[in-house]
Write a protein that binds this ligand. Structure first.
Ligand SMILES: [Zn+2]
Length: 680
């Protein structure tokens, strides 16, 4: 253990001894985002190993992440010609020869993988993972400069530190801080944390004086979350100050850009603009700062931006980046000149399907932000968005086999339409030169999300256990007084809406069980030990069951899972007279392999009141529930190359339609796909 860690542990103990003891008793200090002593949250996140997926949807994904995705990424990220590679760190450590290669953010993506491995280790206790992490950490320790700085794209290229925010130094460092905290919580070891402390101390010397020239530094601010988590791990308040400084500096002097959310200070920002990952990482960091400081202006800004995103700029899949490139929208503040932005939020209601960017990282960042907003407020609307992303635009980023990835996640694909930046016809395994995409940020982001997701499913406050996500699992939740509540959840969600929760262990005091009712679950019913509990159940809210629980008590929640046609706000130009099909949290799509040979995706029309046949196909695409109905196909145009031509005549043909979950598209070769379908 490094000396500074011992000192600060002692310091923290003396400073906030009682609350730390209570937090340790109550659990949550080993969660991915540790809110166990955060004063301004509605519940504590559960420890990473407090929840085990037992079977079903998320257990299947967790096992795939353990058995395929993580081992694949470990191999791919050793390749020197992959755009993110551990080799750069090994060269900086002096244990390998060569030049820096890959993207400026290569280190950060390596740390993201370490974070995934640490979270996986916390659940599986696989000693091989522990050994692997120790090897990497040894290399990182050697690569770190004596003053704490570490970023191999600078160290190995002779470039000066802090010259260009696109060098991504703070992005890399932020991921190091976060990964080190998760590693410490998972293993109890301090080897990575000592590196993080040294880096954190270095960052304090550079940034706490708030040098004007670095006001807008740090593209893609994972550093705010990283500094906040380092504070939570060590109790050293300088790191909280550092996180807050990173938030405060953006937009504090003129010259910042919308692309990086640095034109307007966050507290004054009215609109979601710019790069969709950097925006959501900034908002995640600000939410972490609010959890510790309770500064109302931060929460107000985040709430305002959330409304702008979810009511005007988010896809039905939870994706948030409409633009590959374009101009920042300054609708409300017309006096501002517009900035050129890329990989970014579009203007309000500008949600094109074919050219949607929706980087997998941006979608995940949206879920991470909504998880944090849920923790701050306890409001179900945030869990709803989080779940929307998880089942749709996060999972679409990875193949059913778990080893190929999408960077962009459009909602329509026409085989012959040109691909835009970072689009690819199918998913890819790596970003070596032959690959269609040359950025490897998304794959380790998916891995860490899948490895950590069980920790998002529940929360615990003083006398309440919260259930945010449904999936067969066992929770060993430690309560405020140190006692344990053990719950077993059984469900075939998201394919069926019945959830059975059995109490296996509970202290003999009144406790509340708070279950989330999704917005689409109108008419949900609840039984406790076969009887109706009194009280109303409202969609998009939590229902609270308070009683003295005994082992064997059983709660059965039935969430009606009807197939629903969803339309968009009429200002969304691209979806006029179209509908999307949802069942439960799953967004469906049409894909060419599921249509009759003579029918293309673009010819399909859906009746206004289709009668659906809902069928589970256990061998299709890893096991999916498909939706079948009778639709129609309009006649093909005779002159398909003309921009404008007479509408085709001829009979409308009946067409048997089968829809699959959007996340499962593009697992059967290149083809056409559409989420939004025109009505007959
Ligand atoms: Zn990415």
């Amino acid at each position: 253990m490094c000396e500074s860690v011992i000192m600060y542990r002692l310091h923290r103990f003396l400073q906030i001894g009682l609350s730390v003891i209570l937090a340790v008793l109550a659990g949550g200090a080993r969660s991915v985002v540790d809110t166990s002593t955060s004063p301004h949250v509605k519940f504590r996140n559960v420890d990473m190993d407090a929840v085990q997926w037992t079977d079903g949807f998320w257990a299947q994904r967790f096992e795939l992440c353990r058995d395929v995705t993580i081992p694949t990424l470990v191999q791919v990220m050793q390749k020197p010609d992959n755009s993110a590679s551990f080799r750069n760190l090994r060269i900086a450590a002096g244990v390998a020869e060569g030049k820096f290669s890959g993207n400026n953010w290569s280190d950060g993506d390596c740390y993201k993988l370490i974070e995934a491995v640490a979270a996986m280790y916390c659940v599986t206790r696989d000693p091989q993972l522990d050994g692997l992490m120790d090897e990497w950490i040894e290399v990182i320790a050697r690569a770190q400069a004596p003053d704490g700085y570490i970023s191999t794209q600078i160290q190995l290229t002779g470039r000066q530190r802090w010259q260009d925010l696109h060098h991504h130094e703070l992005y890399n460092m932020g991921h190091l801080l976060a990964a080190a905290c998760v590693h410490h919580r998972a293993t109890g070891k301090d080897n990575f944390l000592c590196i993080a402390r040294k880096l954190g101390d270095y960052l304090c010397t550079v940034f706490l004086p708030r040098p004007k020239e670095l006001a807008h530094f740090g593209f893609n601010p994972s550093n705010i979350m990283g500094a906040a988590e380092l504070y939570r791990t060590t109790g050293d308040s300088r790191y909280l100050k550092l996180a807050q400084t990173f938030v405060d500096m953006r937009g504090s002097v003129s010259g910042g850009s919308d692309q990086n959310q640095a034109k307007v200070p966050l507290r004054k920002e009215q609109e979601a603009v710019g790069h969709a990952v950097t925006a959501a990482y900034l908002w995640c960091g600000a939410a972490d700062v609010y959890a510790e400081t309770g500064e109302r202006a931060l929460l107000d800004a985040l709430s305002r931006l959330w409304v702008d995103v979810t009511e005007r700029k988010m896809y039905i899949t939870g994706g948030t980046a409409a633009l590959h490139t374009g101009e920042a929208d300054r609708r409300l503040l017309r006096r501002w000149p517009r900035d050129s932005v890329h990989e970014a939020f579009g203007a309000p209601y500008r949600l094109p399907n074919l050219t949607a960017y929706n980087e997998t990282c941006a979608n995940i960042a949206n879920a991470m932000w909504n998880w944090r907003m849920l923790v701050l407020t306890g409001e179900a609307k945030y869990a709803e968005v989080m779940e929307r992303v998880l089942y749709n635009s996060m999972l679409s980023g990875v193949s059913i086999e778990g080893r190929d990835f999408f960077y962009t996640n459009p909602l329509r694909r026409v085989k012959d339409a040109p691909l835009l930046s970072n689009d690819s016809a199918t998913r890819w395994p790596d970003t070596t030169p032959a690959s269609p995409v040359h950025c490897f940020c998304c794959p380790p982001n998916i891995a860490r999300t899948l490895a950590q997701l069980s920790g998002w499913a529940y929360g615990i406050s003083d006398d309440t256990v919260w259930v945010h996500l449904y999936g067969s699992s066992v929770l060993d939740g430690r309560l405020a007084d140190g006692t344990t509540m053990r719950l077993a959840q059984k469900t075939r969600y998201p394919w069926e809406g019945r959830v059975t929760i059995t109490v296996e262990k509970s202290p003999e005091i009144p406790l509340a069980l708070r279950l989330r009712i999704p917005g689409w679950a109108r008419g949900a019913t609840l039984q406790v030990n076969g009887e109706d509990p009194r009280g109303d159940i409202h969609p998009l809210d939590y229902v609270t069951l308070e009683r003295r629980w005994s082992p064997g008590d059983t709660v059965v929640l039935d969430l009606p899972m009807d197939v629903e046609l969803v339309e968009a706000h009429p200002l969304v130009e691209e979806t006029r007279n179209h509908v999307a099909v949802m069942r439960g949290p799953i967004v469906y799509c049409l894909e060419s392999p599921d249509l009759p040979r003579s029918v293309t995706v673009d010819e399909v029309r859906l009746p206004r009141r289709p009668s659906w046949h809902v069928r589970h196909e256990s061998t299709l695409l890893g096991g999916v529930t498909v939706l079948e109905t009778e639709g129609s196909a309009v006649p093909k145009s005779a002159s398909s190359a003309a921009l404008y031509r007479p509408a085709a005549e001829g009979p409308v043909r009946p067409a048997k339609l089968r829809l699959i979950p959007y996340y499962a598209w593009s697992n059967r070769g290149p083809g056409d796909m559409a989420v939004w379908i025109p009505l007959e």
